[in-house]
Design a protein around this ligand. Structure first.
Ligand code: ADP
Ligand code: MG
Length: 627
């Protein structure tokens, strides 16, 4: 007999669950049945693909038995089973990615935490919510030695060799006194109907019935053994839409996704013709916890003729739709299709592209309900932007789905379409200002000229906008223009600075250029400013802040963190009093003001100064001289 200790995270999780963080204890049965079903899926796949297992005697089923006197509940399956190594790895650690992340997200607020834990999928360990001892007896298909795993959920488990006749696992729960309701025929039936009706394998409940026979003296009690299949065992996605109730779709979703909330919507499609397949996709209400992790888990399972093939193929849908949960069941793929060749499979790529279109149309129709859409967009808008970047085929459709704040949207988010409808007749482009902070963007001096003319400007304030939007050159044939670009000013008809103004400012610009040469690319006069004396714009040829951040992250071009910050262009407002007065000032003063105007413009643009000390020093010198 060998003693083992649980991984720290398992202990943490167990501790959370045993102290009944979870309000909904009955889900332990769903978890154990789902594990049994996974084990059957795995073995079914192997009996089709692995020569050693092709001849195995395999009747996929799940059996449930209970003893209401001893408070014991047993869940058995004829699935793949586990050997010693599997037991140590699977029932001693949490192998799933993101566990630590999950644990660190817990807030201590029971309600919130139990929603989180539901989304995370607590799995096997949830059985310790109702049991104070668990014995797993198991034998791996194709092997001869059976093993028993024993634990009371308090830090340790034991593994010992044992006899087991056939492959598969038996999970025996010694229920806590206060949880004995789970060793009851009706309770078990109720839970299974609720959560596991559409598990594609039969679940049998074993119970005894006592009948009386005869009268008086000859009266006898007869105990009868009953085996009853209690689930439908039909793959829900194969049932016709009209025969399914909303409730059934929702329960199926919860089983599939571990999400304890209802889905936002679902799309159930049966395709017949040259290719035959069924898909059932769900959009969750809120983002899965690993949505922005590199090692996120795929949410779509692939079946071939109802046989589970894989839930670990991230290519089934484009990665920007990784929040979608669901099932693809193909009639045309060979059953023994290897996971490796799936990638290049033409049938799958056809299914992928038409599924993508279906999902996008569903999202499109969500827009009819503004409130619902804005909730959806808050969770998944960023993913749609990734799509604009990566899915060329559906770019137009995706653009329609994006939302942005603007100088006229009054805090709401609008679509390109709305912007276009509000555009003046003479307006030639869709204007935007891109930056890192919405509040700073709203008060940027760059907007002055546009505000004065009543031209709406979109505010791209999310980091991903800096990467994605420069690649969007037009919407519905109207060009998109950064208001910092030359073209934007030309469009405005304000590009021209009078020749004699240029002449008057020539020497001042030279002084500025010299004084600031370390910090800027050039200084020039600009017609875009009204209230502010200066602003900085970036050279459209240079990467923006978001791009630089991304390049640094991926260590682009092997330069790692050494990508230099591009220098900005300083623009001056020739009509501003500070500058007209400065024309006659002495060079030293001009230099001091040059620094201040640059620092001021930087403040307005980014909200931060790298060298605050220098700024204060410049300001103080100027104050002193003016007193
Ligand atoms: P998950 O099912 O999400 O992987 P669980 O905690 O439910 O997480 O289960 C952990 C692992 O234990 C499973 O991935 C599987 O490898 C193994 N396991 C659990 N139950 C069974 C079973 N009945 N048969 C075979 N393996 C099992
Ligand atoms: Mg599980």
């Amino acid at each position: 007999m060998a003693k083992h200790t649980f991984q720290t995270e398992v202990n943490q999780l167990l501790d959370l669950m045993i102290h009944s963080l979870y309000s909904n204890k009955e889900i332990f049965l769903r978890e154990l049945i789902s594990n049994a079903s996974d084990a059957l899926d795995k073995l079914q796949y192997l009996t089709l693909t692995d020569d050693k297992l092709k001849t195995l005697d395999f009747t996929p089923k799940i059996d449930i038995a209970f003893d209401s006197e001893k408070n014991i509940l047993t869940i058995s399956d004829s699935g793949i089973g586990m050997n010693e190594q599997d037991l140590i790895e699977n029932l001693g650690t949490i192998a799933k990615s993101g566990t630590k992340n999950f644990l660190s997200k817990l807030s201590g607020d029971k309600k919130k935490d139990s929603a989180l834990i539901g989304q995370f999928g607590v799995g096997f360990y949830s059985a310790f919510m109702v049991a104070n001892k668990i014995i797993v007896t198991t034998k791996k298909a194709g092997e001869t030695q059976g093993f028993a795993w024993i634990s009371d959920g308090s830090g340790e488990f034991e593994i010992e060799k044992c006899e087991k006749e056939s492959h598969g696992s038996e999970i025996k729960l010694y229920l806590k006194e206060e949880e004995k309701e789970f060793a009851n025929r009706w309770k078990i039936e109720e839970i299974i109907k609720k959560y596991s009706d559409h598990i594609p394998f039969p679940i049998f409940l074993h119970y005894t019935e006592t009948k009386s026979e005869g009268e008086g003296e000859s009266k006898k009690e007869i105990i009868e053994q009953k085996n009853e299949q209690i689930n439908k065992a039909s793959a829900l996605w194969r049932i016709s839409k009209k025969d399914l109730k909303d409730e059934e779709y929702k329960e199926f979703y919860k089983n599939l996704s571990y999400d304890s909330s209802d889905p936002l919507c679902w799309i159930h499609t049966k395709v017949e013709g040259t290719l035959e397949y069924t898909t059932l996709f769900y959009i969750p209400q809120s983002a899965p916890f690993d949505l922005y992790r590199v090692d996120y888990k795929s949410g779509v399972k692939l079946y071939v003729k109802r046989v589970f093939i894989t839930d670990d193929d991230k290519e089934l849908l484009p990665s920007y739709l990784r929040f979608v949960r669901g099932i693809i069941d193909s009639e045309d793929l060979p059953l023994n299709v290897s996971r490796e060749i799936l990638q290049q499979n033409r049938i799958l790529s056809t299914i992928k592209s038409s599924s993508t279109k279906k999902i996008l149309s569903e999202i499109e129709s969500l827009q009819k309900d503004e409130e619902k859409y804005s909730k959806f967009y808050k969770e998944f808008g960023r993913c749609l932007k990734e799509g604009v970047y990566s899915d060329f085929e559906n770019k137009e459709k995706l653009l329609e789905l994006l939302r942005f704040q603007s100088t006229k949207s009054e805090g709401k988010e609008i679509a390109f379409k709305t912007y276009k409808e509000r555009m003046g007749k003479e307006q030639k482009a869709i204007y935007y200002l891109q930056g890192e902070d919405l509040e700073l963007l709203k008060s940027s001096p760059l907007l002055d000229a546009f505000n004065k003319k009543g031209i709406e400007v979109l505010l791209f304030a999310e980091e991903i906008d800096g990467i994605v939007m420069p690649m969007v050159h037009e919407y519905d044939k109207i060009p998109l223009r950064a208001i910092t670009s030359k073209e934007a000013l030309e469009n405005l008809g304000e590009e021209s600075i009078e020749e004699d103004t240029k002449e008057r400012f020539k020497s001042l610009l030279e002084t500025f250029n010299k004084a600031l040469s370390d910090e800027i690319k050039e200084v020039r006069l600009s017609a875009r400013l009204i209230d502010a004396p200066s602003c900085i714009v970036s050279d459209p040829e240079d990467p923006n802040a978001a791009m630089i951040k991304m390049m640094r992250q991926i260590g682009a071009m092997g330069m790692g963190a050494d990508i230099p910050e591009p220098k900005p262009i300083l623009e001056l407002n020739p009509n501003h009093t500070i500058l007209t007065k400065l024309l006659d000032a002495e060079t030293q003063k001009q230099e001091e003001v040059a620094h201040l105007l640059l620092e001021e413009a930087k403040l307005l643009e980014g909200g931060k100064l790298k060298d605050v000390n220098a700024f204060v020093k410049h300001l103080n010198t100027l104050l002193q001289n003016s007193l």
